[in-house]
Ligand binder design. Sequence first.
Ligand SMILES: [Zn+2]
Length: 379
Amino acid sequence: MEQLNFIMGLLIPGPLCPGKDFDVFLEPHIEELLDLWKVVPTLDALTNKSFDLHAAVIWCILDYPALSTLSGRVTRGYYVCVRCDKDPCSRRIRNKICYIGHRRFLPRDHPWRKKKWFDGKDEEHDKPEDFSSDELKKQLERVMDVRLGMHPQNKKRKRGENGQCWKLRSSLWDLPYWSSLKLRHNLDVMHIEKNICEYIVSTFLGIAGKTKDTINGRLDLEDMGIRKNLHLKRDGNSYSVPHAPYVLNKTQKLAFCEFFRSVKFLDGYVATCIIVDGCNLQGLKTHHCHILLQRILPAAIRGILHKDIYEAISELGNFFQKLCAKTLKIDVLHRMKDEIPIILCKLERIFPPPFFDVMLHLAVHLPDEAILRGPVQYG
Ligand SMILES: [Zn+2]
């Protein structure tokens, strides 16, 4: 299989995206794919000889919302992570579900498993498991009768009922080789980077409505009985919110601004407007976040924020930098697979629980995907 022989079919749903009914549009495409898998007598124009052509889908490339539409896998609630089938890391906190507890991915004898600073408890769980092929079959059988469209017989199903991770059996499962593929849907690394970058920047700058350092977040810390210095200070009917080390104060913000001007990132001045003064990250595009997370942010907070925060952010940036390299080495990827839970644990010690949206958790699965697929640009 040479890269020259790869063909990419591209589907871009418009503003009236059909949601799970998208599968209807996929059906004719599946019929063609089935034909391609059997045998297609084809003429080789160069040698003027005919040969039997077989073609297969190797994987799908999509962002996270599209992954849910196309695959039929649940991507909300407790079973939001498409790579964690059983016993996921999701946890109910004050007003949402968060994905913390990456100590589960550490070796059994790792000293951090016994440390209370993470969530006030020892960590006894192993990492989440995948379904066996039988379990997967059963999951899909349960949703065999889900009809597409506004069918009157459609019952509203509760999400995540009895560990049910599939809401629909996509027509892709009709392809005879689909169940044996190891990587069916790629996680979109750029999309993950963009989200993580926005969470970090908006929390550092305390951007209203976007920061993850919320009152509920502080209450979550109280519920877990950790980081007492960040708990709300109550005084009669009022309370005050103690300053957190991961939020920039006025002087730190000025130094942060100055850094963007000095590196001329996004034309320095524009960067300051968008990131620091503008207080909305609308102007920040995916490719900006890619550079920002990997190279600029760690350098921008160096010497400004506490050493532990700098260290965790720069290790995260470095992780994505290595992951996005044009050529990857298997041994490096195996090392990264061990490193990423440690980086996430370090972040868990710094940021409050609402910060840990599924996007941060997905990073834990990226080295595995790269091992199966190769460089990120192919996914
Ligand atoms: Zn997962």
